[in-house]
Design a protein around this ligand. Sequence first.
Ligand SMILES: *[C@@H]1O[C@H](CO)[C@@H](O)[C@H](O)[C@H]1NC(C)=O
Length: 267
Amino acid sequence: MVKVSFNSALSQKEVKKDDESLIPEEEVDAEAALPVHRQSRTWCWCVCLGMALMLSGVLIAGAYLFRYFTVETDKDSSFLIPEREPVFFCGVNYIEDNYMMRDEEMDVPSSLRELEMTIRILEEEQVEIISVPVPNFEDGDPADIVHDFERRLTAYLDLNLDKCYVIPLNTSTVMPPRDLMELLVNVRAGTYLPQSYLVHEEMVVTERLERVDQLGYFIYNLCRDKETFKLQRRDRILGIQKREALKCRKIRHFENKFVVETQICEP
Ligand SMILES: *[C@@H]1O[C@H](CO)[C@@H](O)[C@H](O)[C@H]1NC(C)=O
């Protein structure tokens, strides 16, 4: 393509030069050169148009490739999060109020636990995204959690089991994005929240969800390609005996002034 345009441009120039130098002598030649000139001009237009089309093609393909790759790399970090959103890495010290062990003699330091998490708050989208690392207490699981205030849903992705659990958002345990942001900004300087306490909640798997594409963008991103289940609070389910043995996993997290231990149990 490039070669052609170069040639045509050159021949055009040559023709022009010929025109100028030969005008007095051979007018017939100049007349003959006229259609050639016109032809080369249309040629030039064709080439230019072709080049423009090719260039736009390359640009569009480039844009697509760029998008594809950025989306791919973002996928690795499991969420598509706008850069402008603040990310908080913060920890909390809390008292382990395990009433089963309260009778036993325990020194205070051993019941004082520490929990660290990464919290992303998307205020515009009304979403909180929480990453719980591998916890430093026994039988707890690392997890990714999404609280979607617009959809009024919470989803837990248990990273040990690679399973997703969805339950209606409990607004009395989860602070709304604006309030949580305020709380975290206020403690940011000190990194740690004021000393806190532990709240227990127990959830039971009720049914398998076949599709997660109706659960909003963020939960879809968290749970797609994972086995996903619906949860219900255990105290709301009749017919399950308190003492009935269930297989339970624990996730400890905080999105309020206290730490919540969510037990997810399979009957
Ligand atoms: C929300 O959580 C609180 C504290 O764990 C609990 O008492 C309440 O029943 C929950 N509400 C719903 C709707 O599940």
